[in-house]
Each structure stands twice: as C-alpha cells, then as structure tokens.
Design a protein around this ligand. Structure first.
Ligand code: MG
Length: 379
C-alpha cells in the first residue's frame, strides 16, 4: 500500500528520553534561578521515520503547574495509552482533538503534538514550517537577559548582546530590580528595541512603578500581573500607553479570545509548549491575525528540538515581533541538534527547508546528555 496524505499514521513505538543539559550561564527570573535543563524528549517512530518533541516542563512547577517528573508521568501513563487506542491519526491536528478531554497538562501534550507534526511533515516530505503554513525564510530573534546583580552588570551584558548582533533586548524584572535597571539601560542605549518580562511578579499595588516603566519607551511589558489573570491586566492596560503582552495567562485559543475581547493586552507571546502544541499555537496565530494583534514566539530555555519547532512556527506571517529563539550557544555549550542554528547579521535565524524540523539529531550529544530512556511498543 502506498502512503498518501489520507493514510493513518501507524505508530510503531514511542521512546521517552530524560535528558539533563548544563546551562552555559545561570539564568534568573522573578521565580527561580536555573543552572541546568532537565527535560524529556518524545520520539514517535513510524515505519522507519521518527518525529521529535521536547517537553518544556521545568524541574519545579514555578513557571506553571507542570514539572518535568510529573509531565513524564502524564506522557507515559496517560497520554500514550490514549494514543495507543487511536487508529485513525490522519493529520497532526488530530492530536489536539484526541487529547482534548485531558484538562491542562499542556506541556506534556505539546511534546507529543510536536513529535507527530515533525513525523507527519517528514512523511509528506515537506518542512515543518511549510506544513504549518509558514511564509518567512528567516525569523527574527532577540535575546532574553535574566535578572542581574546590579544595573552596571546589566549594562555590560546588554552591550555584549548588541555586539553579538541581537537587535531586540528583553530584560527580566522583579520588584526592586526593575525601574533603576531599565531606566539605566534606556539612558545608555536610547534607540534599541527594549522590552521587559515580569513573569507575574507585580500586582495593581505596583501601579505607580508600572506607570514609571511606561515612560521607558518599551516595545512591550510582558506578563506584569498574576499568571492566571486577564481582569487586572485589562485595567492596567487602560492605564498604560506601552502594550501589555500576555504570556502565562494565555494557555489556549479560548484564553486568547477572552483577553482580546476584554482588551487585557495588545500583544501575545506564543509558546508552543504552554498552549499544548503546534495546532493550538496555529489557532491563536490565526485568531490574533483576525484581530490585527501581532504575536511573537517565546522560549523556555529550549534545547534544539523545541528550538526547531519554534523556528518553524515563527515563520508564520503574524509573528511580527522578534522571538526568543536565539542560537543554541546563547544557553548551552553543546546542543542535541545539528547543524546548529546561527545568528545572521540582521538578528535572524534561517528557517530550514528539509523535511520535518529540518535538523538532524547530534547522536553523540544526545546520548551524552541522556539520563535514561524507555521504549513503549504500540504493536
Ligand atoms: Mg515570559
């Protein structure tokens, strides 16, 4: 039987690998300092092809409620058994529907969704970017800088980042490490594209401070208020001229619809992992395009596989702001894909044109960073 677009995917097995990769520099946000990345890779094997997904859940449930060990358990003992019963996966968007009865657990779901999208694109012989409807040959990236000990320290790092070629600078902030830092950067570098990310560290009690940040000519202020809020953000947006960008508050296209109707933000950061995968990310992309709201692709200190998925989705037309998709060497000495994405002179990364994610797995590094693995047969 020849394989056509309407032939159901026959999954032979899924391999789960737990990896640990040291970060090049520790990375501090308003909720934690990270020194290593511990995560799971999902390999979906089908008739000689393999699709890869990377689970973004962090070691502790601080960004959202998911955490690496818990996500592994959900993938292993809940999602894979559901998938095993499904005999009619024609298109990767079927995964979103199949997992829809499961509440939340978006990062666990996304890792399988990504792997199936990669696998399906490889079977079709097209790039993942093309499968998703991407139109850009290059995607713009900025750099995300963690919280530093002093404004002086931050100035040095921003200067270095600009010298490396990054055109958009994002700075993590938290109470006490905010206005003085950002005002200093703005006075040193008056013309750069600058934005901040609070990771939910503020409340409306901090309205005065947020109004002062509003004077710093920022591209956007990302997730200033609670991780699950769109009501206080609505009030805050009405008080600021700077666009609010929601990250943690948007877990689905329904969340996005409500936030846009309320005018709780003017920009949305899409993280494939946070919203349960590429299918949901596409829905949010299309909804925002309909509303004339621009989006960009966020990051989760991604290793190569998630980065490849991010590059693909960021090639869609409504990703109009630079993403957090820096080359691997921003966060890691070594990565698990090859060839490594490179930063172009215009702060861009080339979208690969090969089948699927368009990168090979670097077997040596992949094995070196693997803590353990298990194969789950579908036969
Ligand atoms: Mg963020």
């Amino acid at each position: 039987m020849s394989i056509t677009s309407s032939t159901p995917l026959k999954i032979d097995r899924i391999v789960l690998r737990r990896l640990s990769m040291p970060l090049r520099h520790s990375f501090t946000t308003s909720f934690a300092t990270f020194t290593q990345k511990v995560f799971t890779v999902v390999e979906v094997w089908s008739e000689g092809l393999v699709g890869y997904g990377e689970c973004a859940a962090t070691e502790f449930p601080l960004y959202n409620e998911e955490y690496a060990k818990g996500a592994y358990d959900v993938i292993r003992n809940i999602l894979i058994p559901i998938l095993k019963k499904e005999k009619n996966i024609i298109h990767p968007s079927d995964i979103n529907r199949i997992f829809s009865p499961i509440r939340r657990n978006y990062m666990a779901r996304a890792s399988i969704d990504e792997a199936i999208w990669d696998l399906w694109s490889k079977r079709e012989g097209i790039s993942l970017a093309k499968a998703l409807g991407g139109t850009r040959r290059q995607v713009e990236t900025g750099i995300s800088i963690g919280i530093q000990k002093s404004p002086d320290e931050l100035v040095k790092i921003v200067k270095n980042s600009l010298e490396l070629g990054y055109k958009r600078i994002k700075i993590k902030i938290s109470p006490g490490k905010d206005l003085a830092y950002i005002a200093r950067i703005r006075s040193e570098f008056p013309d750069i594209l600058l934005q901040v990310d609070a990771n939910s560290a503020y409340s409306l009690d901090n309205l005065n401070l947020l109004k002062q940040l509003d004077q710093c000519d920022l591209l956007l202020i990302e997730q200033p208020l609670a991780h699950d809020d769109i009501v206080d953000h609505r009030f805050l947006q009405s008080q600021l001229k700077t666009p609010i960008c929601l990250d943690e508050s948007i877990d689905s296209v329904e969340d996005a619809r409500k936030a846009l109707e309320l005018q709780s933000c003017r920009i949305i950061n899409i993280k494939v992992a946070r919203v349960g995968g590429l299918t949901e990310a596409l829905k949010i992309h299309n909804l925002c395009a309909t509303h004339g709201v621009g989006i960009w692709c966020g990051g989760m200190l991604d290793a190569g596989i998630a980065k490849a998925h991010n590059i693909a989705i960021a090639s869609l037309p409504n990703f109009i702001y630079p993403g957090d998709i820096p080359p691997s060497d921003r966060n890691f000495e070594e990565d698990i894909i090859e060839p490594l994405p490179q930063l172009g002179s215009d702060s861009t990364i080339v979208v690969p044109e090969g089948p699927g994610i368009g990168f090979e797995i670097n077997k040596k590094n992949y094995n070196k960073f693997t803590l353990d693995s298990e194969a789950i047969s579908f036969s």
